[in-house]
Design a protein around this ligand. Structure first.
Ligand SMILES: NC(=O)c1ccc[n+]([C@@H]2O[C@H](COP(=O)([O-])OP(=O)(O)OC[C@H]3O[C@@H](n4cnc5c(N)ncnc54)[C@H](OP(=O)(O)O)[C@@H]3O)[C@@H](O)[C@H]2O)c1
Length: 321
């Protein structure tokens, strides 16, 4: 089979398209013939060897998320059968062989039915992004119906499902994007108000609409401003941050605001299972419909890693096999 292989940490060009032996499913594992894999920003951090949460053993195949058809099952697996359409969400599962590949093996618990209404490309956009959106909104911020939520960076892999889920939960949703195309997707995902985070003073538009909850994709840029606009007793969930900032702690006092950090890697097994079960239910009901943006062939993983960090996001970037 073909897969992307990393034999040394470094820049994008360490992602090599290679021929590898087909992985065999052990007991309790499933082998999936993947049609698409999700490209998450975290994949790029891991590739450098300086990811905050873990460093994989070399060589490795990147990717946590994918979708395809069950190809073979190991002893004891009864939850899925060969021929089933599935999505794979394998965050940190021991024994997972990596999603940037034509075939992947993982624990049966990481493989779930893909609703017939969704394409494989959409299935590859579920795992990390949708679980993160659920965790931020409900497990961290405890968003309630009738509250107002600002999704700061709503046009991306996490932001669009967060917008769909928050709208479904009965919140007033404000989403930001940095391009007209991204803004259009955020509106289509259900945001009541869309702001352009590249235009000066854009948060001034929130004067009459203080968010109870802010889901923040770029905290090093926005956290200070978030504390200015958040409602009293508001909750800010830091999902993404790529640097540091000069910060005035007194801002948290003025609003008695709470800042939650979140990272999927810290979720307990019960929290992960709950998030995935909730996401699966919302996919089944049609509430959650992953939005796929750019698609690149598997062999162009290096270009995908460059593109996933570039501005102008229009949904989820996927690799197709
Ligand atoms: N904590 C966790 O467990 C976890 C899980 C998943 C992802 N993350 C992190 O969360 C972030 C978003 O992930 P993703 O998968 O959604 O990435 P993505 O698909 O690349 O989207 C990035 C988003 O950030 C937006 N953005 C750019 N500049 C911004 C600004 N100044 N203010 C607000 N938003 C801005 C982009 O908007 P435009 O391109 O339209 O400007 C886009 O909506 C990344 O840093 C990622 O590493 C964390």
């Amino acid at each position: 089979m073909h897969a992307v292989r990393v034999t040394a940490f470094g820049a994008e060009d360490v992602l090599e398209y290679a021929e590898l032996p087909d992985p065999e499913p052990a007991a309790g594992q499933v082998r999936v013939r993947l049609h698409a894999a999700g490209v998450n920003p975290a994949d790029t951090y891991v590739r450098t060897g300086h990811y905050a949460f873990f460093t994989p053993e070399l060589p490795y195949t990147p990717g946590f998320d994918g979708a395809g058809v069950v190809d073979a099952v190991g002893a004891g697996v009864v939850s899925v059968s060969p021929g089933d359409r599935v999505f794979v969400s394998s965050l940190g599962t021991p024994g997972f062989s990596g999603a940037y590949a034509e075939l992947a093996v993982t624990a049966a618990a990481d493989v779930r039915p893909l609703p017939g209404s969704l394409t494989f490309r959409q299935g590859a956009a579920i795992g990390v992004p949708c679980a993160t959106a659920w965790r931020a909104l409900f497990q961290k911020a405890a968003l309630q119906p009738g509250e107002t939520v600002l999704i700061h960076g709503a046009s991306g892999g996490v932001g669009l499902p967060a917008t769909q889920l928050a709208r479904d939960a009965g919140a007033t949703v404000i989403g930001t994007a940095g391009s007209p195309a991204g803004a259009e997707l955020v509106r289509a995902a259900g945001a009541h108000h869309v702001l352009d985070h590249t235009s000066a003073g854009y948060l001034d538009e929130l004067a009459d609409l203080a968010p109870d909850v802010i889901v923040e994709m770029l905290a090093d840029v926005n956290l200070g401003h978030d504390l200015e606009v958040v409602a009293r007793y508001g909750r800010i969930v830091v999902v993404g941050s790529r640097g540091s900032l000069d910060f005035t702690p007194r801002l948290t006092m003025r609003k008695e605001a709470t800042i939650h950090g979140t990272a999927l890697w810290n979720a307990t097994a019960a929290e992960s299972a709950a998030a995935l079960a909730a996401v699966a239910a919302k996919l089944g009901s049609g509430t959650l419909a992953p939005v796929v943006g750019d698609e690149l062939p598997l062999r162009e993983a290096a270009e995908a890693h460059r593109r996933v960090l570039a501005p102008g996001t229009r949904g989820k970037l996927v690799l197709v096999m």
